[in-house]
Design a protein around this ligand. Structure first.
Ligand SMILES: Cc1cc2nc3c(=O)[nH]c(=O)nc-3n(C[C@H](O)[C@H](O)[C@H](O)COP(=O)(O)OP(=O)(O)OC[C@H]3O[C@@H](n4cnc5c(N)ncnc54)[C@H](O)[C@@H]3O)c2cc1C
Ligand SMILES: NC(=O)c1ccc[n+]([C@@H]2O[C@H](COP(=O)([O-])OP(=O)(O)OC[C@H]3O[C@@H](n4cnc5c(N)ncnc54)[C@H](O)[C@@H]3O)[C@@H](O)[C@H]2O)c1
Length: 476
């Protein structure tokens, strides 16, 4: 590498994308630094996003005892009066441990962690406002990876006060569990937090301007989710936009464009996120961001400036921790001429609502619009021995199978362990497998994985019935 620079690679941001870019470059023998504020080591992922929300969910599922109510009755609780302290204790423990893991991984790969916020002063030079803001440090780098992630989008006409009107980062600073909550925006963040608070007994109203929530998911699974959320007292306002939110010490009033008013103790905005590029002084590097703060990259995660890469949420869709990690690894591989394969198209989506859902591959709607003939096989957890044992009578797994080639085209799971189970279907699809693999394979019993076998047999039975009648009736 060019030894005229302080480091071979400077990474801005220590979230999943930045970490893996840095480690890949270090493994290739390069001098690397990662720049982030020290209280944000691990990124949005560890500190305000994925890990806190998933830990909160786990704490709520455990403490409410809700997953055991099918077995022990509707009044079953592990703890009757759940306080924010009960929830935060677990949150702080997990965040602390995860931060240590990230720091240790950077250290053992000899990556320097510089605490502060970076901005470009020229295309190869970063000025770091060292934590606290009194000192600046300059770092020159041959290559730079921007992995600065996102911050919650805040509509300018809404007065966020951090106690009554919050964004989805601030929800983690609540000092008590609210009696009532309006969630604005039914994207993944909104629906996950709405379901967590509903499980805690908060009366939640979910407002979404689109006619449906989570439109990219299988509608049957979303119907099941909505049924459960309604059962926990949640109200939905779809096709409605928020016009204003007013608050006082007594509570909030959310006024919708349709004229309806909703009273609630707290309002949480989860109406999208904005690329964190405003503080980077991008023009000094010869770069510009779009109107949502995001950067455009090519297939190798390279920006318009040849030695500057961008990965993770700052480049937009799919904006997931798992994809961000691989993007980081691939960007560093490209930057240092290490051969690497592109990511496969088959990526799973996991939505950690209570209950959770997950899918991989095609949906019935997609295939119908493309006139691809398919059959569906369904397994319901209530008919699986493991479903009874874990007390999940509502879970289901749906397989979508090509009716002619018998290839598995999609897998959709709702209920306990959906986000884990989906990977079996992903592996079969990734290897170009057919439904016959599942029919001919013995799976452990009693397990939830058995759902694959049951759903495969269901699809096979339906396809056989069609074949038989087709030949009897003489249909082409
Ligand atoms: C509430 C919530 C729940 C989520 N749940 C999931 C989930 O269940 N599964 C999933 O896959 N994904 C989930 N995500 C998305 C996931 O967190 C992101 O995809 C992932 O964190 C993006 O990683 P990243 O590398 O882009 O960096 P980020 O994790 O976004 O971190 C970026 C870092 O860059 C730093 N930074 C910004 N500007 C500068 C600067 N100028 N100088 C130095 N440092 C800077 C920030 O301080 C931050 O630490 C969730 C997100 C949120 C908000
Ligand atoms: N489990 C996971 O994988 C997971 C979990 C959380 C977040 N994430 C990631 O974080 C990203 C951001 O999530 P998000 O939910 O904030 O954003 P989003 O953009 O997906 O959803 C925002 C929603 O708010 C709605 N909305 C916007 N303005 C509104 C208004 N004024 N009134 C009513 N509705 C309004 C939009 O129509 C949209 O449906 C996602 O793209 C996702 O990749 C992933």
């Amino acid at each position: 590498m060019d030894h005229g620079f302080d480091v071979d690679l400077a990474v801005i941001g220590s979230g999943p994308g930045g970490q893996k870019a840095a480690i890949m470059a270090a493994k290739l023998g390069h001098r690397v630094c990662v720049i982030d504020r020290l209280h944000m080591v691990g990124g949005v992922c560890v500190n305000t996003g994925t890990i806190p929300s998933k830990t909160l969910r786990e704490a709520v599922v455990y403490l409410t005892g809700m997953q055991m109510r099918d077995l022990y009755g509707a009044s079953y609780r592990v703890k009757s009066d759940i306080t924010i302290g009960d929830l935060l204790a677990r949150l702080q423990h997990v965040i602390g441990r995860e931060t240590e893991v990230v720091r240790a991984q950077l250290l053992r790969n000899h990556i320097e962690l510089i605490g502060g916020m970076a901005a470009f002063t020229d295309p190869h030079t970063l000025s770091v406002e060292v934590d606290g803001g009194t000192q600046h440090r300059t770092v020159t780098a041959a290559k730079i990876v921007i992995a600065t992630g996102t911050t919650p989008a805040r509509p300018p006409h809404i007065e966020f006060d951090g106690t009554r009107i919050l964004d989805s980062d601030q929800i983690l600073t609540l000092d008590h569990v609210p009696d009532s909550l309006v969630v604005v925006g039914a994207g993944v963040i909104g629906v996950e937090y709405a379901s967590i608070f509903a499980a805690l007994g908060t009366r939640v109203t979910l407002v979404e301007k689109r006619p449906r929530m989570l439109e990219f998911c299988d509608p049957e699974l979303i119907e099941s989710l909505k049924f459960h959320l309604r059962d926990q007292g949640m109200s939905f306002r779809f096709g409605e936009e928020v016009a204003s939110v007013a608050s006082s010490g007594h509570g909030t009033i959310t006024t919708l464009a349709s004229g309806k008013k909703i009273a609630a103790e707290v309002v949480m905005y989860s109406a999208g996120r904005q690329g964190a590029t405003a503080r980077l002084d991008l023009p000094k590097a010869g770069l510009t961001a779009d109107d949502r703060g995001r950067l455009v990259v090519d297939e190798n995660y390279r920006t318009a400036v040849e030695h500057v890469y961008a990965v993770g949420d700052v480049i937009g869709f799919p904006a997931l921790a798992a994809t961000s990690m691989d993007q980081g690894r691939l960007a560093a591989s490209h930057a240092f001429d290490e051969p690497a394969n592109e990511l496969r198209d088959l990526q799973p989506i996991g939505i950690y609502t209570i209950p959770e859902l997950s899918y991989c591959g095609r949906t019935e709607e997609d295939l119908t619009s493309e006139a691809v003939p398919f059959e569906v096989g369904i397994s319901r957890y209530r008919e699986l021995a493991r479903g009874q044992i874990v007390g999940d009578p509502y879970g289901m797994l749906k397989l979508i199978v090509h009716s002619e080639t018998r290839h598995l085209l999609g897998v959709h799971v709702f209920g306990t362990s959906a986000t884990e189970l989906v990977h079996i279907g992903q592996a079969i699809m990734g290897c170009g497998g057919t439904i016959d693999y599942l029919v001919d394979t013995v799976l452990n019993y009693p397990t939830l994985s058995e759902a694959y076998k049951v759903a495969a047999l269901d699809a096979t039975n339906k396809m056989r019935a069609v074949d038989r009648l087709t030949s009897v009736i003489g249909v082409d």
